[in-house]
Design a protein around this ligand. Structure first.
Ligand code: MD6
Ligand code: FE
Length: 207
């Protein structure tokens, strides 16, 4: 794990450069195994648009989007089964990253897994489907790089751009918890461990 001090990207937002690099290969093995149980898939929005990133989850709950909107649920709608359990290595990584940034006692119950291919992105949004905003969010980037756009509490606020590379971890909470953010459309690239794609793991306490 990186010994570098956290870089502040907001009053309560931090970039841990390369924090997950050493574990990245084993995280990818676990992602593949989760994907065999609950496959990565394009979810749709309430209005019927497909989300550009493919998603799955592990943990007690999973984040889903469909014609009924966004929510967390205990079962994967695709398989009708519970989401795969969160690997202990995921939990320990998320807890350790949070602790590094001053957030003690973070116990995530969800890990949302996103897969992006070139040209896919994620428009500005707030993470606000969770019950308790006092808990931070921990986000892990693997594979090809992406530009993280970080805005303010209003959608129209200006954004700053931060490059997220393989092994980088972002932690944010407190007053930054509801800031708008997104991912710019990815450029074509190649990574030896993931080929043409980027994975993002987002850990949250939803319930
Ligand atoms: C992504 N991440 O990095 C999408 N949300 O692919 C997010 O939407 C996100 O990175 C909340 C906190 C950190 C994040
Ligand atoms: Fe988000």
């Amino acid at each position: 794990m990186s010994q570098e001090p956290p870089r502040m990207i907001g009053p309560h937002s931090f970039l841990l450069k390369g924090f997950a690099s050493a574990e990245a290969a084993s995280l990818l093995v676990d992602i593949t195994s989760i994907g065999t149980q609950s496959p990565l898939r394009h979810m749709t929005t309430r209005r019927g648009y497909q989300l550009a990133a493919q998603m799955t989850n592990c943990g007690q709950l999973g984040w889903v989007s469909d014609s009924k909107g966004y929510r967390y649920q205990t079962d994967d709608p695709l398989t009708g089964q519970a989401w795969p359990a969160m690997p202990t290595s995921f939990l320990l990584l998320a807890k350790s990253a949070a602790q590094h940034c001053g957030f003690d006692n973070f116990i995530p119950d969800v890990c949302l897994i996103n897969r992006y291919y070139p040209r896919a992105g994620m428009s500005l949004h707030q993470d606000k489907d969770e019950k308790d905003f006092s808990q931070p969010i921990v986000s892990v980037s693997l594979g090809i790089p992406a530009v993280f756009l970080f805005g303010g509490l209003r959608r129209s606020d200006t954004t700053t751009a931060t490059l997220l590379e393989h092994g980088d971890v972002v932690v944010w909470g407190d007053e930054d918890r509801l800031r708008f953010h997104g991912i710019a459309p990815l450029k074509l690239a190649h990574h030896p461990l993931t080929g043409q794609c980027r994975f993002n793991l987002t850990f949250r306490r939803a319930h």
